[in-house]
Design a protein around this ligand. Structure first.
Ligand SMILES: [Zn+2]
Length: 215
């Protein structure tokens, strides 16, 4: 067991009109950082560019915008590229009507790719009183099948799932953490670096009751 760790699984869906796509400034091949010294291999950050597609006639035109960073994650079970600062997880305590951050996770980096597709009749595809799936415009546009060196992203109507046993998928409750009601909150792109048609749906929150903490 992992004392004081609140394990978290999360699925991040793209319910917009276009794919979410980022690519490093240079095409990274093989182990991504060949030629780098071992000292800086793990820390080296590459700039990312976000691609925004526009329909023009029968094809697409694209615009590129400089955005966040990507790096080689060398921890066991990873050994691939991660987009920095992708999600922040936190616990909020309401105190006299005010929000107090009781516990905050590291800003966690992710390898972005489409691990599954939303399905109209699936309860996990229900959001804001609407089902998302095959009926969405441009459904399945954008191909991101694996944790790629060349580009990363989430297809239209796709989601990126991170299981609770993945590295970093937890909040470490500090010593002396009090039992009680909290709001668990996840924010995607907490540094507001990525372009989206709607940034208002980037925060998910739910009530959670934490018990069994030794005081
Ligand atoms: Zn990873």
């Amino acid at each position: 067991m992992y004392p004081g760790q609140l394990k978290i699984a999360v699925a991040i869906a793209n319910i917009g009109l276009g794919p979410l796509e980022v690519a490093p400034e240079t095409t990274l091949t093989g182990s991504c950082c060949e030629g780098d010294t071992t000292e800086n291999k793990d820390e080296k950050r590459y700039c990312l560019f976000q691609k925004i597609y526009t329909k023009t006639g029968n094809g697409f035109s694209e615009r590129k915008f400089k955005t966040g960073t990507i790096y080689f994650e060398s921890k066991p079970g990873h050994q691939h590229l991660h987009v920095d600062d992708w999600i922040e997880m936190r616990l909020i305590k309401m105190s006299k009507g005010k929000r107090v951050v009781a516990c905050k996770g590291q800003k966690v980096s992710y390898c972005l790719f489409t691990t599954g597709m939303l399905y109209d009749k699936d309860s996990s595809s229900y959001f804001n009183k609407k089902f998302y799936g095959e009926g969405m415009p441009n459904f399945a546009l954008g191909e991101y099948y694996a944790c790629s060196l060349a580009k990363q992203g989430i297809s239209v109507g796709g989601y990126d799932y991170y299981g609770m046993m993945y590295e970093g998928q937890f909040l470490q409750l500090p010593k002396g953490f009090k039992n009680g009601e909290y709001i668990m909150e996840f924010e995607i792109d907490p540094a507001h670096k990525y372009i989206e048609s709607n940034k208002a749906n980037n925060i998910f929150s739910m009530k959670i009751n934490i018990q069994k903490q030794k005081l």
